[in-house]
Write a protein that binds this ligand. Structure first.
Ligand code: PMP
Length: 419
C-alpha cells in the first residue's frame, strides 16, 4: 500500500479540469489511423507534458554545459538545475538525505547497480535471495544471475490466482540465510499493489536487505521510503511523465557508504594517482562519467508536474478509471480479467475467450487505441498463470471513461471478427 503519512505537496489551488490537464500533453490531441489517439499503454511509458518538453529544450537552447567541473556561468547553472532534481526526488520520496538519490538510466540500471555492488560484496555460497512471482525480468534476471555466480539460492514467493502475494509462504521462506528480498511495489502485468512495508519489516527481522522495484509505483501515489524502511528503491522517469533514459536509485546512506562503486571513471573519484584512487563521496561515487543532464532537468519538471496536480486528483481519476474499466470489460461475455487483487493500481489485464492477444491487439490498434499485448517482460508470471500473455490497458489520470467505452467497442469487434 502507499504510505498515507507522506504529505501531499503543493496542493492545487484551482480545481483541476480534465480537458485542461489533457491539453498539457500535446500528443493526446494527435490522430492515429485518422482517429483521435487513445493512449492506454501508460505502464510501458507515460506521455510527457509540455512543461517537461519545455524544460529539456530550454536546457539545450540556453544552458547546455557539463556539470560539476566548470566555474563558468553556464556550467554552474547546469549544475544547480541538475542537483535541483536530486533534491526534488529526495523530497518526493521522503529520503533522509539528498545524497541517497543516485541518478541511473532507469529502474533496470538501478537494480543492476545494487546487484553488482551490494550483491557482489554481500552474497555468499549457500545464501538465499527472495524475489516474487510477480517480478518484471528487470527485478528477476539480475538476482538469478547473481545467485548463479555465487552459488546462492533464488527463492520465489508464490501468488494466489488473483495475483496477490502469498504472505504466509513468504513468512515461511525467511530464515537466517536470507540476505536480500527483491519485490516490486506494483506489478506491471496485473496491477497488484504489494504490501512493501510489511515485506520489508519481516525481511529486516531476519537481517535481510530489501530492494523495491518502484517502476510502476511513483506515478500513482505517494511513496515514503523512510516509512517503508526499505534499503533500496528503484525508479524510471519515463513512467512518471518524465523523459526516457533517466531514473534513479534511492539507497539508505548506511548501505551506500559500505558498497563498492558500480562504474569507474571520471566524476566518481576524489583523487587519482597511477597507484591508487580515492573514491568520491555520495552520491557521486555511483555516478561515473557525464550524466544525462538534460533529462535530469526534465525529470525535475515531471516531479513538479505531478506535485502540482496533487495525489488527490491523480488517485481519484485513476481509481474511477480502474473501477469503470474493470466493470465494463468484465461485462463482455467470455472475457477474463487477469489479476483481481483487492489492492490494485489502474492496470487492467484481460483476455477474451479463445482469441489470441496479438490478433486482438491488431484490431484494437485500428480503433487508434494503444494497449500492450504480450507477456509484459514477466514470462515466469505468465507461466504460473498458465497463459502466454495478456492484453493490458493501463490508465493514467489523463484518460477518460469515454475512451474506455471505445476500448469496449473495439473488444466487441474483436469478438465478432474472431468468433
Ligand atoms: N520493473 C517494472 C515493474 C516495470 O514495469 C519496468 C518497465 N516496464 C521495469 C522494471 C524496467 O524499467 P526500465 O525499462 O525503465 O528500466
Amino acid at each position: 500500500m502507499f504510505s498515507d503519512t507522506f504529505p501531499l505537496k503543493i496542493n492545487t489551488i484551482v480545481p483541476l479540469n480534465i480537458d485542461t490537464v489533457r491539453s498539457d500533453f500535446p500528443i493526446l490531441s494527435s490522430e492515429i489511423h485518422g482517429k483521435p489517439l487513445i493512449y492506454f499503454d501508460n505502464a510501458a511509458t507515460t506521455q510527457k507534458p509540455q512543461q517537461v518538453i519545455d524544460a529539456i529544450s530550454d536546457y539545450y537552447l540556453h544552458h547546455n554545459s557539463n556539470v560539476h567541473r566548470g566555474v563558468h556561468k553556464l556550467s554552474r547553472q547546469a549544475t544547480i538545475s541538475f542537483e535541483e532534481t536530486r533534491k526534488k526526488l529526495a523530497a518526493f520520496l521522503n529520503a533522509a538525505h539528498d545524497h541517497e538519490i543516485i541518478f541511473t538510466r532507469g529502474t533496470t540500471e538501478a537494480i543492476n547497480l545494487v546487484a553488482y555492488t551490494f550483491g557482489e560484496s554481500t552474497i555468499r555460497e549457500g545464501d538465499e535471495v527472495i524475489v516474487s512471482s510477480l517480478e518484471h525480468h528487470s527485478n528477476l534476471v539480475p538476482w538469478q544471475q547473481l545467485c548463479i555466480r555465487k552459488n546462492a539460492h533464488l527463492r520465489v514467493i508464490p501468488i494466489f490466482d488473483n495475483g496477490e502475494l502469498d504472505m504466509e509462504a513468504y513468512t515461511a521462506m525467511l530464515n537466517e540465510r536470507t540476505r536480500l528480498v527483491a519485490v516490486n511495489h506494483i506489478s506491471n502485468s496485473l496491477g497488484t499493489i504489494n504490501p512493501v512495508k510489511e515485506i520489508t519489516r519481516m525481511a529486516h527481522e531476519h537481517g535481510a536487505a530489501v530492494i523495491i522495484d518502484g517502476a510502476q509505483a511513483l506515478s500513482h501515489g505517494p511513496v515514503d521510503v523512510q516509512d517503508i524502511d526499505c534499503d533500496f528503491y528503484a525508479f524510471s522517469a519515463h513512467k512518471m511523465y518524465g523523459p526516457m533514459g533517466i531514473g534513479g536509485l534511492y539507497g539508505k546512506e548506511s548501505r551506500l557508504e559500505n558498497m563498492p562503486p558500480f562504474h569507474y571513471g571520471g566524476e566518481m573519484i576524489e583523487t587519482v594517482s597511477f597507484e591508487k584512487t580515492v573514491f568520491n563521496k555520495l552520491p557521486y561515487k555511483f555516478e561515473a562519467g557525464t550524466p544525462n543532464v538534460a533529462d535530469a532537468i526534465g525529470f525535475g519538471a515531471a516531479v513538479d508536474y505531478i506535485s502540482r496536480l496533487g495525489w488527490e486528483f491523480i488517485r481519484e481519476q485513476e481509481s474511477k478509471l480502474l473501477n469503470y474499466g474493470t466493470q465494463q470489460l468484465s461485462a463482455i461475455e467470455g472475457l477474463k480479467i487477469i489479476g483481481t487483487a483487492p489492492h490494485k493500481a489502474s492496470i487492467v489485464s484481460f483476455l477474451p475467450a479463445n482469441i489470441h492477444f496479438y490478433d486482438a491487439g491488431m484490431v484494437i490498434d485500428q480503433y487508434s487505441i494503444a494497449v500492450r499485448t504480450g507477456n509484459h517482460c514477466t514470462q515466469p508470471l505468465m507461466a504460473r498463470l498458465g497463459i502466454q500473455g495478456t492484453i493490458r490497458a493501463s490508465f493514467s489520470f489523463y484518460n477518460t471513461t469515454a475512451e474506455i467505452d471505445k476500448l469496449v467497442e473495439a473488444v466487441l469487434k474483436v469478438k465478432e471478427l474472431f468468433a
